[in-house]
Design a protein around this ligand. Structure first.
Ligand SMILES: Nc1nc2c(ncn2[C@@H]2O[C@H](COP(=O)(O)OP(=O)(O)O)[C@@H](O)[C@H]2O)c(=O)[nH]1
Ligand SMILES: [Mg+2]
Length: 264
């Protein structure tokens, strides 16, 4: 199983991670690839999505609440650490499958996955030689330039913490007009346009803060070209596949291609 390509889908709650995992699994299936899905969200409601490997076989949020007398937020925090304790069982279950691609749906409460030590242990345990992070930009937040900047910082934070190659995705493109889509994709390509967008949005922009922020962003996350996807319409799956393959063909988990490097 260690030669499988593992993709962790991350992003704010409601960004469309679960829907995209499902849509991308269907697409890969159709293309004749072996794909396994893993759900790491103990709070996912039972629904149409049936992951192959499911953390809820070991940990369920309602049970954690009941057993430890916790509310939903406290239970999420406790569950985040419990997942790490069960991760070798999850890994064993995963090893029972033969797959080219492993798609991992991460916990709904993004900050728990992004900021707790236990998630590093989880990612270390599940990752083979080829692993990457996909971060979803939700149009509901990304549609405003300031929201776009915040998401880009979040994405860079996740990349910084996990030290894996990162692909930035735009989700739910079907809710955007063609002009909005074009603008969002341009913001991903061109920091100046994004900076101008923030300037137009804020009535009295703090010029110094903005300038410093953009400088930091360019250093932290120079490549934030967005891959447009719409899980609801199964659109952009080919682009997502190409983006993933570009990373995997470019080296191992710790290496990303620098511009001008030749793939090995
Ligand atoms: N219009 C549209 N809605 C979507 C799309 N993907 C997800 N959604 C909706 O966005 C909401 C959150 O999606 P979900 O996959 O559960 O997000 P998660 O919390 O990141 O796993 C749900 O109501 C989905 O139906 C999409 O491609 N287009
Ligand atoms: Mg979800």
């Amino acid at each position: 199983m260690d030669d499988a390509g593992t993709v962790y889908f991350t992003g704010t709650a409601g960004a469309g991670k679960t829907s995209l995992v499902q849509a991308f699994q269907d697409w890969l299936d159709h293309q004749g690839h072996d794909v396994v899905t893993v759900n790491l969200d103990p709070g996912t409601e039972a629904g149409s999505f049936e992951p192959d490997v499911d953390i809820r076989d070991w940990i369920r949020l309602p049970q954690v609440m009941q057993e430890y007398g916790l509310g939903p937020n406290g239970a999420q925090v406790a569950a985040a650490d419990m997942i790490a304790l069960k991760i070798f069982e999850v890994k064993q279950s995963l090893d029972g499958y033969k797959a080219e691609y492993v798609l991992v749906d991460t916990p709904g409460q993004f900050e728990l996955f992004a900021f707790r030590e236990s998630s590093k242990a989880i990612v270390d345990a599940l990752s083979g030689d080829r692993s990457l992070l996909a971060f979803l930009f939700d149009p509901a937040l990304a549609r405003r330039a300031s929201g776009f900047v915040s998401l880009r910082m979040l994405s860079a934070t996740v990349e910084f913490r996990f030290r894996l190659p990162m692909i930035n995705l735009l989700s739910k493109t079907d809710v955007l007009t063609p002009d909005q889509l074009e603008e969002l994709l341009a913001w991903g390509e061109d920091p100046q346009m994004l900076s101008d967008g923030v300037g137009q949005e804020l009535p009295t922009p703090d010029v110094q803060l903005s300038t410093e922020l953009f400088r930091a962003m360019e250093t932290m996350a120079p490549q934030s070209t967005l891959v447009p996807t719409a899980a609801a319409e199964q659109k952009g799956m080919d682009l997502l596949y190409e983006a993933i393959e570009r990373v995997f063909s470019g080296g191992g988990a710790e290496e990303t291609l620098e511009p001008g490097d030749e793939p090995e």
